[in-house]
Design a protein around this ligand. Sequence first.
Ligand SMILES: *Cc1c(COP(=O)(O)O)cnc(C)c1O
Length: 374
Amino acid sequence: MSFEIPFIRPVFPSPELVASDYARIVESNWYTNFGPREREFSAALGTYMGDGYIAVTFANATLALMALCQAALGRGDGSKEVLVPSFTFAAGPAAVEWAGYVPRFIDVDTASLQPSIDEARAALDGGSDVAGILLGNTFGIGNAQIAEWEQLAEEYGVQLLIDSAAGFGSVYPGGRRVGTAGLAEVFSFHATKPFAIGEGGAVVTRDPALARSLAEFQNFGFSQGLGSAQLGLNGKLQELNAAIGLRQLATIDEAVQRRQAVVAAYRRGFEGLDIAFPRGIDESSVCFASIVLPDRGSRDAVLAALIEAGVEARAYYSPAVHTQPHFAAAPRQGGLRGTGAVVDSVLSLPVHQDMAQRDIDTVIAVVARTAPRS
Ligand SMILES: *Cc1c(COP(=O)(O)O)cnc(C)c1O
């Protein structure tokens, strides 16, 4: 089904610019394997994050998450757990499993839509052998409690890894850049994310030994002169995608501002309605605009009306990961009641970098005539 207003409409550099990048790549006879564009792109990503930050690029964020779990925690033998929210995208829990750990699902805080720190503490006190936490910055929005999460990880002596896939360009409430917290943060540059290069991803860390291990993981586990020194795979970013990344990095801050302006317009348009925005969305890179309605009935009614009007809205992230067939038997902390409630009441609205005022008005009008008043 094609929609008049699609959920995602990425802005890529013009064909002319990409053609000139491609000409340089052909001229250099270097297409992948840490070529000049990839070197420049990873250095620029580190600089963007601030002093001392190292970025390691990947062919996509799923490989980056797998690499990070293995590099940070060591290869697991299936006996230890990693805490991970269920209200997230399945790639994170899957990466935990690929690295040899069991994902233990924790609940979401229904007010913030971020993972519940109380449930994480309960799991850490609960007696199972926990090696780490794979926190998710929900929808790429920086967690307002990030300093408390760092404290919790330190207190219990576990690693704090963060899946910030959709959040390149976001800042945590308080002004710290998303990408600078925990042991490392992971970004996706998939075509559907605010920072889009097609397929691509990166891990950001301040730990040079970790960065080296991540780079080796994505290059068959090869370590200088030794051949394979860890179980690795091929996860390298191609030159052409790195070149597109350099173009996108030059405009990311402006792109983020434009996306935030769409959220501000939705906020004004939804005044008087029983609709909540997740905390921190205004400081985020806004992959899409998620809102929370009072219950499933009102969410489904607004979603149906939007679809009917040609607007591609989604109930994102739904279904919760712990209810998906592959993860249905994984351990969980408590009943995950918050997750169930959020999955039933959340609705994600389209946000485009170059969203036409007419399209913004259409979304607002449909929501305003179908959502309950506060
Ligand atoms: C998009 C996304 C991923 C996967 O990223 P890819 O680059 O497509 O592999 C992982 N986690 C979250 C939270 C995401 O939103």
